[in-house]
Design a protein. Structure first.
Length: 83
């Protein structure tokens, strides 16, 4: 896997984790404006990095809403990746 692909995938994973954790925190602290700002910022970064990754390397998510099928089966499996 090339270095840019690894970097983008790591960013997607980090921001996805941040979004999930911030969302869980906001479930119990819905009025925390700093947390809301953090959540919105992390979600925006996640969307940007995910879009860039998918544009360059294909879908990450299993289901493709437009096709109503499992698009990931069309991509190489992890053990089929180069290097």
């Amino acid at each position: 896997m090339d270095e840019n692909k690894k970097r983008l995938l790591r960013l997607v994973q980090q921001y996805e984790f941040a979004v999930i954790e911030a969302n869980l925190y906001l479930d119990t602290h819905p009025d925390d404006q700093e947390a809301i700002q953090y959540f919105q910022n992390a979600r925006r970064h996640l969307q940007e990095h995910l879009a860039e990754y998918e544009e360059k390397y294909g879908k990450i998510a299993a289901a493709d809403g437009d096709k109503k099928r499992w698009a990931w089966v069309d991509e190489p499996w992890p053990w089929q990746m180069e290097g």
